[in-house]
Structure formats: structure tokens, C-alpha cells
Design a protein around this ligand. Structure first.
Ligand code: TXA
Ligand code: MG
Length: 307
């Protein structure tokens, strides 16, 4: 059953069509990264602007050798320590990677995802997979196969069902301008974990041409207000509410982690945003989390999603 699902995904990808694939972070909308037809379909299905480049996925660091011209030492250290895992590296590309994938930039974003089915799938393919998150451009990212089916189901050939994503927020993106490890997007690997390996890192607030880091991303359809939830509920008693660990008197309440665990909060974050967006409430109230560990990445998304 599982094998036949992987076979099916492999066969679809080999004929330049798209399949949704599970990863530990979020579901990806995958196509052959070396085939411009497949890559163009990704942009079309997501309604994604061509200036927003894609992440390329492979099964191991070695599998990237033909596509990367140079590995800064810090990149090698990070890849060896955290791959497979929620870490994307921005590295200089070779000519095998097209301008369409990188939006003309000289560096390509690469990552080895940590999901058993997708690693098995990658081991059967002779090419890497370009895969953005499998949501329409700008909307909440999918962490379950049914999220993909609800939004893109009629536009893609196949969804490889790998269950719920365990990390739940996108990979952390690290580049090395002038050799300095620099975070372009906060994500599922904490800043603290990265700094244990390479020392102090820079964090870019508004990275040039990294639309995943733009305001208005990850946004629900409803208006989202960020602040003191107890206070805001006095003005909007019927609002839907996303809390970190406390109960509030909201008619539609989701508590990210009753025990205050930031990793658990990340795993629930996008699903709860979707569920609150689907309630009859007119708006969503949310509060920021402690600014450490995965709390930073969740706060980053909340700030960009707010109205
Ligand atoms: O966890 C993840 O990273 C997921 C899973 C599917 O791997 N993918 C993901 O892809 O989040 P996407 O397309 O939703 O976000 C990728 C981000 C975009 O904001 C894009 O601008 C940035 O990566 N990016 C990709 N290539 C880049 C490049 N060459 N230079 C700078 N930023 C780049
Ligand atoms: Mg995305």
C-alpha cells in the first residue's frame, strides 16, 4: 500500500507532473527541479509570482554535489549536523539549476527533508525536487494531507499521505553572505541550535527578495489582531482566539500548548490558524509567544499574518 503510493508519486514526477509530498515541516508541492516545464507548473498551480524562488530537495548532502559550486565551512557543519531536518541552506549554484528555480539569483536554496516516505521517494528519483509549501500563494501553510486536498486537490495529480507534519512550521533558511551565517527566514530549527554549531548568527529582518518573509504572508482570510488577548476580548467577545497556554472566554478557542511547550505549539500552529479561519467568527485574536526557541519563528509568522 505504502510502496504503491510511493511508486505512484515517482511515476507522476517522472512525467513532469506535480505531486504533494509530506515533510517534517509542511507539505510541499513537488516537481522535477531540473525540468523547466515541471517548475513552471509549480508557479502556475500556486499562483506564485516568478520572483519568489523555490527550495530544492534531495535525499542527502552528497546528492546536491552536481548543483552546488562551493560549500562554505559553516554550511558543511550545519548540513552534517542537521540534515535530514528543518534547515535550508542558500549556496552558490551550478548551471544545472535554472533561473526559473532561483528567480535569477546566484544562490539556490537546498534542503534534505526529514520524512521517511519522502526520503524513500527521493531515493527512487534521478533528479531533485523543487517544492514550495503546498498552499495558494500567501495563505496558511498545510500541515496535513487534507489541507492540501482542500485547497489544491483539483489542480494536482497526487498527494502522498504522510500523516501530520511533526515540526509544523517551515524550515529555517540560512545563507552565508561574505561567509557570515545569516538567517533569512526563522523556522523549524531554532536560532539557539544553529548558534551551538556556528556561533553567533545574523538575523535579517527584511531580506531582499525573500517573499516568504514579507508582510501579508501566512495570512488567514479573516482579520487577525495581535496583542493582549484578555484585553481584546473585552472589545470583541465573539472573536476566535489563538492562545499560547491559557484558557480565555472565547467562543472559538485554540490553545497551542497547555503545558507551554514551544515545539508542541509549532506543531499545532498552522492547523489551529486554519480551524479558526473556518469558524463563523469575524476576526481572530492572537498573542505572541516567548521570544526564544521555536517561539521566535511562530511570532514571526503571527506578525506577518496580522492585518
Ligand atoms: O520547510 C520548508 O522550507 C518547506 C518544505 C516544503 O520544504 N518549503 C517552503 O517553501 O517553505 P516556500 O516556497 O513556501 O518558501 C521558500 C522560501 C521563500 O520565501 C523563498 O523566497 C526563499 O525560500 N528562497 C528560495 N530560494 C531562495 C534564494 N535562492 N534566495 C533567497 N531566498 C530564497
Ligand atoms: Mg510558503
Amino acid at each position: 500500500m505504502e510502496h504503491s503510493a510511493i511508486d505512484r508519486a515517482a511515476e507522476i514526477l517522472m512525467r513532469s507532473e506535480l505531486a504533494a509530498i509530506p515533510t517534517e515541516t509542511v507539505y510541499g508541492l513537488a516537481g522535477n527541479a531540473l525540468d523547466e516545464n515541471a517548475v513552471a507548473k509549480i508557479f502556475a498551480v500556486k499562483n506564485r509570482p516568478f520572483f519568489d524562488p523555490l527550495i530544492v530537495h534531495a535525499g542527502s548532502k552528497e546528492a546536491f554535489e552536481p548543483y552546488i559550486s562551493e560549500w562554505p565551512e559553516a554550511a558543511t557543519l550545519l548540513a552534517e549536523r542537521f540534515w535530514p531536518g528543518p534547515l535550508t541552506l542558500l549556496l552558490p549554484r551550478t548551471s544545472l539549476i535554472s533561473d526559473l528555480v532561483t528567480s535569477g539569483m546566484e544562490r539556490v536554496a537546498v534542503r534534505v527533508p526529514n520524512h521517511r516516505l519522502t526520503l524513500e521517494l527521493l531515493s527512487r528519483l534521478s533528479f531533485p525536487l523543487a517544492a514550495p509549501s503546498a498552499n495558494p500563494f500567501g495563505y496558511i501553510s498545510p500541515t496535513r494531507p487534507e489541507h492540501v486536498a482542500a485547497q489544491l486537490g483539483d489542480k494536482i495529480s497526487f498527494i502522498l499521505d504522510g500523516g501530520p507534519c511533526t515540526v509544523g512550521i517551515e524550515s529555517t533558511i540560512v545563507g552565508f553572505p561574505d561567509g557570515v551565517p545569516t538567517i533569512y527566514r526563522l523556522g523549524g530549527l531554532s536560532v539557539e541550535s544553529i548558534e551551538e554549531v556556528v556561533g553567533k548568527v545574523e538575523i535579517l529582518q527584511n531580506p531582499n527578495r525573500s517573499p516568504g518573509a514579507m508582510a501579508g504572508h501566512y495570512a488567514p482570510t479573516k482579520k487577525l489582531l495581535l496583542g493582549d488577548v484578555a484585553d481584546m476580548l473585552k472589545s470583541y467577545p465573539n472573536a476566535a482566539t489563538l492562545s499560547f497556554k491559557n484558557e480565555y472566554p472565547s467562543p472559538y478557542l485554540r490553545v497551542l500548548s497547555p503545558s507551554g511547550d514551544l515545539t508542541e505549539a509549532a506543531a499545532n500552529f498552522f492547523r489551529f490558524m486554519r480551524e479558526l479561519d473556518a469558524t463563523p467568527a469575524e476576526l481572530i485574536l492572537a498573542e505572541t509567544l516567548p521570544e526564544k526557541g521555536l517561539g521566535r519563528a511562530i511570532n514571526d509568522r503571527l506578525r506577518r499574518a496580522r492585518s
